[in-house]
Ligand binder design. Structure first.
Ligand SMILES: *Cc1c(COP(=O)(O)O)cnc(C)c1O
Length: 460
């Protein structure tokens, strides 16, 4: 045993070899020393427990190969690219919307250097970081003004904290939603210091329910888009327009958390209709909040649009400073919004809309290529088929609405599916599908880059 311990190198000895010097040159002294110490400690433990040296201490070349591998691993980013074949186009766990080319370029330019973020180039003086976005949103939606924060959850918090702290907010019981990632309307209300006044019942709420809950301490009438569920059957909800009329009677603003918040009518593409921001504005809602990375197809952000006087108060609240967006995000958002100024080109340029509007024929062609590629390595073990599939928008848009799609399915009889899923996940760009009816479904609707997918699958 002592003989084995004596075979362990010292840190000093490792550093002083030519190979050690090369590594120090590339990675610096601190990191190389840390890894050497770690490996030597592992070596001691291996001797103590198993009475043997680890493989990498049996030869000096192996030792340095191991050190170098660990140093390289330190630089590897764990938030890595994946291929989304789940069929859910806006997948929150996979990072939601893909950025348009122009948004990537704008963000990259903003990252690399200084930008006129809060600087008016014409007047040569300080300006506000939301100005560019606000002007664009005003042009696209007709809203009086806009405010941008970190995400829609932050937008809701800011609206409530600014106007409803210590006051009451009236909301229908059917709209007390929880969405993924622990966003619950009652919890956000508590954080904002306001009191929730629930009215109506889970399935039915009437205008008179709101009316009878109004008192001198009411700050808002609030609507929340029931993003990720639907109440079916004997139901009734009050539309924004009616609430606005009621609010005006008492001088109480109406706010709406729209969730996905489309800026265009999706039914023109034969997609399930989502309420648009413009419709809600036309109904007279005072403040509307929505996400930047859901149907809008852009960056993670929360956008609030509405009456100028109210937006100005939001901008002045200390929480706005806490929740503000950074320059790269704002640049990406501005570039994304600019695409909406040329609506006929949107489906071509906005990746989310492009994916959602691909024809079944196109998806079929892609599925055939995918199937042929998979057959090269898997056809002996699995039965591969092209099947009709149901995709979905995701991120709370129309949870019940299925979008026709095409998938390659993989089935087998000997319990190898789990191993295959693991193989897909261990590729240099992991492939994420879904399991249904005892088969793996690789849905083409949500795939960002088919060429890259096929190239990745060469590794199988
Ligand atoms: C998605 C959603 C949110 C949260 O938006 P984030 O941008 O994820 O913070 C809030 N409300 C509704 C209705 C939503 O659909």
């Amino acid at each position: 045993m002592t003989a084995l311990y004596r075979q362990l190198p010292s840190v000093d000895k490792l550093l002083k070899t030519p190979q050690g010097e090369v590594l120090i040159d590339e990675f610096g002294h601190t990191a190389v020393v840390n890894i050497c110490r770690k490996l030597i400690e592992q070596g001691r433990q291996s001797i103590q427990k198993n009475n043997q040296l680890p493989q990498y201490f049996t030869e000096i070349d192996r030792t340095f190969a191991e050190i170098k591998q660990q140093l390289n691993k330190q630089r590897q980013v764990n938030i890595q690219a994946v291929h989304n074949l789940t069929g859910t186009v806006l997948h929150t766990n996979l990072g939601r919307a893909l950025w348009a080319k122009s948004a990537q370029q704008a963000a990259f330019a903003a990252m690399r250097g200084n930008v006129a973020l809060e600087y008016d180039l014409v007047e040569g003086q300080r300006s506000h970081r939301d100005n560019y976005i606000s002007d664009l949103i005003t042009e696209i939606t007709g809203a009086e003004a806009a405010c941008v924060v970190n995400n829609n959850a932050a937008a809701v918090l800011l609206m409530l904290a600014t106007f409803a702290k210590g006051k009451e907010v009236i909301i229908s019981r059917g709209e007390l939603i929880e969405i993924g990632g622990a966003f619950r309307i009652p919890d956000i209300m508590a954080q904002a210091g306001c009191t929730l006044m629930e009215v109506g019942t889970t399935n039915r709420t009437h205008l008179k329910d709101y009316r009878s809950a109004i008192n001198e301490n009411t700050a808002f009438l609030m609507k929340v888009h029931s993003s990720n569920y639907q109440i079916c059957g004997f139901t009734s909800a009050v539309e924004e327009a009616e609430l606005v009329a009621l609010g005006q009677e008492f001088g109480i603003p109406v706010i709406s958390d729209l969730g996905s918040g489309a800026l265009i009518d999706l039914s023109q593409y034969h997609l399930p209709k989502e309420p648009t921001v413009q419709e809600k504005l036309a109904q007279g809602v005072d403040l509307i909040s929505f996400s930047g990375d859901k149907l809008l197809g852009g960056v993670q952000a929360g956008i609030i649009v509405g009456k100028k006087a109210l937006i100005e108060q939001l901008q002045a609240h200390p929480l706005k400073r806490v929740l503000r967006c950074d320059k790269a995000i704002l640049a990406g958002l501005e570039a994304t919004l600019r695409l909406y100024l040329q609506p006929e080109k949107l489906a071509e340029r906005l990746p989310t809309l492009h994916l959602l509007t691909q024809s079944i024929d196109i998806l079929h062609l892609k599925a055939e290529r995918l199937k042929a590629q998979l057959e090269k390595s898997l056809k002996d073990e699995f039965s591969l088929q092209i099947e009709a599939s149901s995709a979905q928008i995701g991120s709370g848009s129309q949870p019940m609405a299925k979008i026709p799609s095409v998938a390659v399915t993989l089935a087998e009889t000997r319990g190898k599916l789990t191993a295959l899923l693991a193989r897909f996940k261990s590729l240099s760009i992991p492939v994420i599908g879904r399991v249904e009816q005892g088969k793996i479904w690789l849905d083409l609707r949500s795939v960002a880059d088919v060429e890259l997918l096929l190239a990745t699958l060469e590794e199988l």
